[in-house]
Design a protein around this ligand. Structure first.
Ligand code: GTP
Ligand code: SPV
Ligand code: MN
Length: 585
C-alpha cells in the first residue's frame, strides 16, 4: 500500500518479531471493514446488535482482568530517568526493549497483523500528526476507525516521511502479570502488550495524543492536554470557546455536550461540541491560543449516561457505535447500563457474560468503566468547526476535579502564572477509569498525572513559557461540581446546569461580571450565579462558593508535600505557594 521505505522496513521488522500468519494493510474502505466485522462476529470478538434499533452497532466484552487503564504498568522510557520525572514509571529504553521483545516474540502466531495508518487531527491540518498501529485485534481496528481518521488517505499524506508514531500492540495472552503500556518518546514509539482495553490499546488516544504528543509539544512549542473543547453561542450568534481539563470520569464528555437550561435556551443560547477528551493547542498568527480535537469520535463512560444527563451523548450512540462491557439485553438484542433508565432488562447478560436479571440482581450489570465508542458526526451538537484545520480560539481554560469539600463551585486565578499554579495543585477522587482504589483523593495536575510524557516539573515550566508566547491569553478558572453535603449527596445539580457557571466564566472573560477576592483567587458574588428555575437557594450557592481558610491551610500542606517530589519545580510555582500561605494566615 505504500512505497515509504521507512514504513515498510519497520513493518517487516515487527512482523519478524511477532510472527503473524499474515499481514493485512487497512485501507479504510467500507468493504474491508465490513469483511473484518464478519470475521470478528464468527470468533465472538464482536456481537452484532439489533440492526433495526441500533444500526451498525456492535457489542464487545474484554477479559475480566482487563477493564481499565493500568497506570502502574504504564512507562515513559527516556534515556535519562530525570526526563521521565518523579510521577512516571521509568526504565532505560534498552532494558525495556529487552524485557518486552520476548513478550512480543511469536505473540501473533496463528493471528493476523493489521497495519493501521491513522491521523490525529484532520488529515492535512497543520496540527495533524500521523501514526501507524500494528495490532492483532479487529476490535482495535474497529475502534480506531471510529476514534481517528484511518487508511489510504493517511498513507498518502505521510508520503516518504519517517515522521510518524510507531505503535505496536498485541493482545498476546491478556496476561495481567505481563501487561505493559510503554512509551519511548525519543523514538516516537509505543509498545502495548497483554491488554485489549481502550486506553491501553487504542494507541492514538492517551498513548499518542497525550503522552507522546505532550513530549513533542514541549519540543515544538505547543500543548497536548486532557481537555474537552466546547463553544457557547450567544443570541447574537457569536461563539466563545472554552477548554476544560478534568481527570478521567470527572465530567468532560458531559460538559462538552451539555444542553443549556431553559432560561438560556429560550433566549437563544446554544452549546457546540468540538471535543470531549483531548485538545492540541497552538499560538495562532492572530495572537489567540487555538485548539483542535485530534480525535474523530467519543470513547465515553456509559453508566450514568441518559436522556436527561447527556441527551447528545446518548443520541451519538444510536448508530455505528461499539459498546464495551455494558449489559446485553437478550429480550431485544440491545444494550443497557446503570443509570440509562429505571427499566433494567430481566432477561440479560452482565458485562461478564453471566445471566443477569436487572429487577432482582444485587450486582451491577455494566462495569463502572464500561464505554461506548461513537462517531463524532453522530453528535447532534457537533460544532461546525469540528473539522476546522486551524482550530478554534480559546477564551477560557477551566480546571476541575471531584472534591467533596475543599474547592468552591468556581474560582478564577489572578493571572496566567497563578492559573498554572491552580492547574498544578488540582486534586481529585480516583474513579473506575483506572485500575486501583476508587474515591481516594490524589493530586492530578492539569488532569495529566497519568498522561504526561515527560518530567512534570518541565511540564509546569512549559505551561509558564507558553503563557509568555500568547498575546491574547485565555483566562484560567477552576470548577468543582462535586461538593457534597453531610449525607454525601452532591449539592450542585450539575450537568446542564453547569452552563450557569460557564456564563459567569464567559462574562469574566469579557469583563462583564463582578467577583470577590479570596485567598485562592476570585469567586463570584452569589447573586451572579443564575439559579432561576433551580430548587436551591442563595444561601446554598454562598456555601458552594465558600473558601474555608482552615481546610485550605491543610490543603497548602498537602501541596507542599506534593511539590517536594519535584526537583525541577519552577520557582514561580514555589513562589505562588508561598503567597497562598501568606494570604491564608
Ligand atoms: P473520561 O472519558 O474517562 O476522560 O471521562 P470524562 O471526564 O469524559 O467523564 P464523563 O463526562 O463521562 O463523566 C463521568 C461520570 O461523572 C459519569 O458517571 C457522569 O454521570 C458523572 N458526571 C458528569 N458530570 C457531572 C456533574 O456535573 N455532576 C455530577 N454529580 N456528576 C457528573
Ligand atoms: C480516560 O481514562 O481518561 C479515558 C478512557 O478517556 S481511556 O481511553 O481508557 O483512557
Ligand atoms: Mn479521558
Amino acid at each position: 500500500m505504500t512505497a515509504n521505505k521507512i514504513v515498510t522496513a519497520w513493518v517487516e521488522e515487527m512482523r519478524a518479531l511477532t510472527k503473524p500468519d499474515q499481514v493485512v494493510w487497512i485501507d479504510g474502505s467500507e468493504a474491508q471493514l465490513e469483511a473484518l466485522r464478519k470475521e470478528a462476529m464468527e470468533t465472538g470478538e464482536l456481537h452484532q446488535l439489533n440492526q433495526d434499533l441500533l444500526p451498525g452497532c456492535y457489542y464487545h466484552r474484554t477479559a475480566e482482568n482487563d477493564v481499565a487503564r493500568v497506570e502502574d504498568r504504564t512507562f515513559i522510557c527516556t534515556s535519562k530517568k530525570e526526563d521521565a520525572g518523579p510521577t512516571n514509571n521509568w526504565m532505560a529504553p534498552a532494558e525495556m526493549y529487552a524485557k518486552l521483545r520476548p513478550l512480543f516474540d511469536g505473540a501473533m502466531k496463528g493471528r493476523t497483523m493489521y497495519v493501521l495508518p491513522y491521523s490525529m487531527g484532520p488529515v492535512g491540518s497543520p496540527f495533524a500528526k500521523y501514526g501507524i498501529e500494528l495490532t492483532d485485534s479487529i476490535y482495535v481496528v474497529m475502534n480506531m476507525n471510529i476514534m481517528t481518521r484511518i487508511g489510504a488517505s493517511v498513507i498518502e499524506a505521510m508520503g516518504e516521511s519517517g515522521d510518524f508514531v510507531k505503535g505496536l500492540h498485541s493482545k498476546a495472552q491478556i496476561d495481567p502479570e505481563n501487561r505493559y503500556i510503554v512509551h519511548f518518546p525519543e523514538d516516537n514509539t509505543i509498545w502495548s502488550v497483554n491488554s485489549g482495553y481502550g486506553g491501553n490499546v487504542l494507541l492514538g488516544k492517551k498513548c499518542f495524543a497525550l503522552r507522546i504528543a505532550s513530549f513533542l509539544g514541549r519540543k515544538e512549542g505547543w500543548m497536548a492536554e486532557h481537555m474537552l473543547i466546547l463553544g457557547v453561542e450567544n443570541p447574537q450568534g457569536e461563539v466563545k470557546y472554552v477548554a476544560a481539563a478534568f481527570p478521567s470520569a470527572c465530567g468532560k464528555t458531559n460538559l462538552a455536550m451539555l444542553i443549556p437550561p431553559e432560561i438560556y435556551k429560550s433566549k437563544g443560547y446554544k452549546v457546540w461540541t468540538v471535543g470531549d477528551d483531548i485538545a492540541w493547542l497552538r499560538v495562532a498568527e492572530d495572537g489567540t491560543l487555538r485548539a483542535i480535537n485530534p480525535e474523530n469520535g467519543f470513547f465515553g463512560v456509559a453508566p450514568g449516561t441518559n436522556a436527561k444527563t447527556n441527551f447528545n451523548a446518548l443520541e451519538s450512540t444510536k448508530k455505528n457505535t461499539i459498546f464495551t462491557n455494558v449489559v446485553l439485553n437478550k429480550e431485544n438484542n440491545t444494550v443497557w447500563w446503570e443509570g440509562l433508565d429505571k427499566n433494567p432488562p430481566e432477561n440479560a447478560e452482565d458485562w461478564k457474560g453471566r445471566p443477569w436479571n436487572g429487577k432482582t440482581s444485587t450486582e451491577k450489570g455494566a462495569h463502572p468503566n464500561s464505554r461506548f465508542t461513537a462517531p463524532a458526526v453522530n453528535c447532534p451538537c457537533i460544532s461546525k468547526e469540528f473539522e476546522n484545520p486551524e482550530g478554534v480560539p480559546i477564551s477560557a481554560i477551566i480546571f476541575g476535579g471531584r472534591r467533596a469539600k475543599t474547592a468552591p463551585l468556581v474560582y478564577q486565578s489572578r493571572d496566567w502564572e497563578s492559573g498554572v499554579f491552580v492547574g498544578s495543585i488540582m486534586a481529585s477522587e480516583t474513579t473506575a477509569a483506572a485500575a486501583g482504589a476508587v474515591g481516594v483523593v490524589r493530586r492530578d495536575p492539569m488532569a495529566m498525572l497519568p498522561f504526561c510524557g515527560y518530567n512534570m516539573g518541565d511540564y509546569f515550566a512549559h505551561w509558564l513559557e507558553m503563557g509568555k508566547k500568547i498575546p491574547h491569553q485565555p483566562k484560567i478558572f477552576n470548577v468543582n461540581w462535586f461538593r457534597t453535603d453531610d449525607e454525601g449527596h452532591f449539592i450542585w445539580p450539575g450537568f446542564g446546569d453547569n452552563m450557569r457557571v460557564l456564563m459567569w466564566i464567559l462574562d469574566r472573560c469579557e469583563g462583564k461580571a463582578d467577583a470577590v477576592e479570596t485567598p485562592i483567587g476570585y469567586v463570584p458574588k452569589a447573586e451572579d450565579i443564575n439559579i432561576e428555575g433551580l430548587d436551591i437557594d442563595r444561601e446554598t450557592v454562598e456555601g458552594l462558593l465558600e473558601v474555608d481558610k482552615k481546610i485550605w491551610s491543610e490543603e497548602a500542606e498537602g501541596i507542599t508535600e506534593f511539590y517536594s517530589k519535584f526537583d525541577r519545580l519552577p520557582k514561580e510555582l514555589a513562589h505562588q505557594l508561598e503567597m497562598l500561605k501568606e494570604r491564608l494566615k
